[in-house]
Design a protein. Sequence first.
Length: 487
Amino acid sequence: MKLQELLHALLTYKQVGKGNPEIATIESDSRAVEANSLFVCIPGYTVDGHDFAEQAVQQGAVALISEKELDVSVPVIIVRDAHRALAELANYFYHNPTKSFSLIGVTGTNGKTTVSHLIEQIHRNEQQTTGLIGTINMKIADEEFETKNTTPEPLLLQKQFAKMQESNVQTAVMEVSSHALTLGRVRGCDYDVAVFTNLTQDHLDYHGTMEEYRQAKGLLFSQLGNTYDTGRKKVAVLNADDQASEQYEQMTSAHILKYGIDNNADIMANNISFSANGTSFHLVTPEEERDVKLMLTGKFSVYNALAAIAACLSNGLSLDRILESLEQIAGVPGRFELVDEGQEFPVIVDYAHTPDSLENVLLTVKEMSKGNVFAVVGCGGDRDRTKRPLMAKIATELADTAVLTSDNPRSEDPEQILDDMVEGVSGHYIRITDRAEAIHHAVTHAVEGDVVLIAGKGHETYQIIGDQVLDFDDRQIARQAIKERKR
């Protein structure tokens, strides 16, 4: 694509230097620049892309997008906002790929990963070619890729959407983080269905206040579209039991479909029953009612199932086919995942890393337990410090034995993180900084009838300590501990 054609994506800009070179790739990382690249100079938190302009030219960049004039030998396109320009250019360069398939976005504090996986699996069982983007991985049909962020940068995002288009994807599902929404990563994404799970405290280190955090999540619904196209309806799926839904309903002009348990909604669950083997409930929809049996357990699993049902109905699937698929799904990696090595008590690994998610999973575990509950809990470094004592308080109040430990300390001192956790906590706890040792302690001391919960990292296969990323998988450590216990 020629530069001048690509610039049709921008409304206003100033070109310094003549030329209309062929653009083969768009890059925002100077290390990825090659011959005939357009390099977009992004001002970041730690480095400024403008500082790498000359390096990009030496590596083959034939034009630059910049927020200021630069002394280089190639055309410079000056824009007011390079972040916004990058999203606009990427969308145009890859020919607006999300218009070619149904796109479902899932946002909220907890449940995004599970709901996304449920929706994707249900569509997959309908013999659809699907795409999935989220915390655990990215999938295009049967191919899987690793992801660095829950929601990728706009350039990578549009590139992956283009691959989905080439693979004839019919429905794509993606987690949409609050960071991605405020940073404009999903600008240009043509969502058909936007799903809200819940809003509880998290990421206040970034957003500052719960009101700012709530507003950030709401951007997904305000960007959902402002027309009523009968051929391609836009639907906002909202949790009727979460107060934030009232604000999101006001922020969108899309059709509204609400789900819930406690408050009146379009899609509801009642007569809920839990067991160690799963959950059953009576489902009520505007047109039909069904009895549902899930292999998933806990009240949070009912909410996740309701959100998935609502999203799939919004996307045109039949209720019978949705439930047939839903009842076959055993779970999602790192989400209430059982580690079974033949031991006489359940060991559960869960991603719960917020006060609300930890409370929900512990309440579910308590219902399963016939004896004591052991909870291995830590908090990540370089993240919201205000939730640390809340996490410890919940662990000490709901677990019989709270084992407080490290999570991903990153650049912080693990001992200081634990000091923050135990500040003001009056309940009994055991403090073991080394996470592997903490897991071994819980598994070693549990007996028949007890339950061991290992919370915080879930599917993660690493631990970040300082600038090192070490191999670490809660599930593997738990398996080792169980085997050693048997020996």
